[in-house]
Ligand binder design. Structure first.
Ligand SMILES: CC(C)(COP(=O)(O)O)[C@@H](O)C(=O)NCCC(=O)NCCSC(=O)CC(=O)O
Ligand SMILES: Nc1ncnc2c1ncn2[C@@H]1O[C@H](COP(=O)(O)O)[C@@H](OP(=O)(O)O)[C@H]1O
Ligand SMILES: [Mg+2]
Length: 382
């Protein structure tokens, strides 16, 4: 066993975007939709929140058995494009995990985790035929799902889903049974968020979560079904629809997911989003832990690069995890020149304000709500 003290769990999630159905409204700015899941009100972390599919990584996601999937065809080729020299490397991708023995590289294991969780939580299987792995390339455009005739009949697939929920190692058995491989190549490293200290759920739950982008073309968004347990609803929405549902208080989206939806807002076309995400991924990313600054009339989540972001943020909560000010948000905004922050005036009045250059060739979020015009220095408005 590792002697590492664990202050958080490691997790993976996927921004699953799908288009290509040709059935989208012509008045929509977007030709794709993104999958959001509502968490159970009984969840110990983010109850009832809308999030992307995802969850905690399991030892089975790191299993060396994945390397020998599908004998006698041979080892699963690890064809993930290498990161560019000098790329950002978030700690969860670089960590040694001696407790797992000979294990898969973390950027493969976290992809398997995200794909497994998407099956468990939404019933969507992001697999590729084993025989097609060698010719799978993101340069070909958004990914395809398996043809429906390659899947087991509905009740059998539902039983596999329950088995995987009970025992994550069953996911490898399912892939073996179908002669398929998790489509690692369809997932593109996008970002990495660590739950702020002051936002731990029941039992101190915090998550260091790898966020991937996956764009699916052809045939429109696949049917997603919740599991009546951990997840109580599934919906495909354009970034604008999701943000509007949040603003109208129909749904509540946690700040990191809100930030990422505002980034997606830059892309109205699935192909542009896919091209950007797949080409940018070789730059890697860094871990972001928001630091909470409580003001007199709301709170701000400071992000790296903001002039108020601490030089030495308290990752574990042993020093000063939450900052406080007796000033109003408006004053804290007026005084600042370098902004990278999520401003929450209340639960549903949330704005991302950023005027710094994004690192790792990323894109800044767009500010979607013109009602926040009183924020002087946000980079862009709609
Ligand atoms: C995938 C999760 C880590 C959930 O794991 P689970 O299914 O419960 O095993 C999901 O929570 C997630 O995607 N988290 C990513 C980032 C994160 O930690 N978000 C929440 C931050 S706390 C917060 O924002 C609350 C607030 O500020 O009001
Ligand atoms: N029916 C249900 N209602 C609420 N939460 C559920 C549930 N079934 C499973 N869960 C919770 O979902 C989490 C598993 O999520 P994932 O597989 O995405 O990591 C676990 O949370 P904890 O790990 O917080 O206990 C588990 O307790
Ligand atoms: Mg989950």
């Amino acid at each position: 066993m590792s002697s590492r003290v664990r202050h958080w769990r490691e997790a993976a999630t996927v921004l699953l975007a799908a288009g290509g159905g040709g059935g989208g409204s012509s008045s929509s700015r977007f030709d794709y939709k993104v999958l959001l899941l509502r968490r159970s009100p009984r969840s110990a972390f983010l109850p009832s929140a809308h999030v992307f599919p995802g969850g905690v990584v399991d030892a089975a996601d790191f299993s060396a058995d994945w390397l020998h999937l599908l004998p006698p065809e041979g080892p699963l080729p690890l064809l993930l494009p290498p990161l560019r020299a000098g790329a950002g490397r978030a700690p969860l991708f670089a960590a040694e995990r001696p407790e797992l023995g000979t294990a898969l590289p973390a950027d493969v294991a976290f992809r398997i985790c995200a794909i497994r969780e998407t099956f468990e939580e939404a019933g969507v299987l992001l697999l590729v035929e084993a025989g097609e792995v060698a010719s799978t390339s993101s340069a070909q455009g958004p990914a395809r799902l398996l043809a429906p005739e390659r899947l087991p009949p509905g009740p059998e697939l539902a039983e596999w889903r329950r088995r995987v929920q009970r025992q994550p190692a069953a996911f490898l058995q399912l892939c073996r049974h179908l002669s398929c491989v998790p489509n690692l190549w369809a997932l593109h490293e996008w970002s990495n968020w660590l739950t702020p200290v002051g936002r731990a759920g029941r039992g101190g739950r915090r998550y260091d979560t790898a966020f991937y982008l996956c764009c699916l073309g052809h045939g429109g968004p696949p049917e997603a079904s919740h599991d009546r347990g951990e997840v109580t609803a599934c919906q495909w929405s354009s970034p604008l629809e999701a943000i509007e549902l949040f603003k109208s208080q129909d749904i509540w989206i946690a700040p990191p997911q809100f930030y990422e939806l505002c980034r997606l807002y830059n892309f109205s076309s699935l192909h542009d989003l896919h091209r950007f995400g797949s080409e940018r991924a070789v730059e890697g990313c860094e871990r972001w832990m928001p630091v909470i600054l409580v003001a007199s009339d709301g709170h701000i989540q400071l992000l790296p690069g903001d002039e108020l972001y601490p030089d030495d943020p308290d990752l574990t909560g042993e020093r000063k995890p939450i900052l406080t000010s007796n000033k109003k948000i408006e004053d804290l905004m007026k005084e600042a020149r370098k902004l990278h922050r999520i401003v929450a005036r209340d639960l549903h009045n949330v704005t991302v304000c950023v005027n710094i250059q994004p690192k790792y060739k990323h894109v800044n979020p767009l500010v979607v709500d013109s009602k926040v015009g009183n924020n002087a220095d946000c980079n862009s408005r709609l």
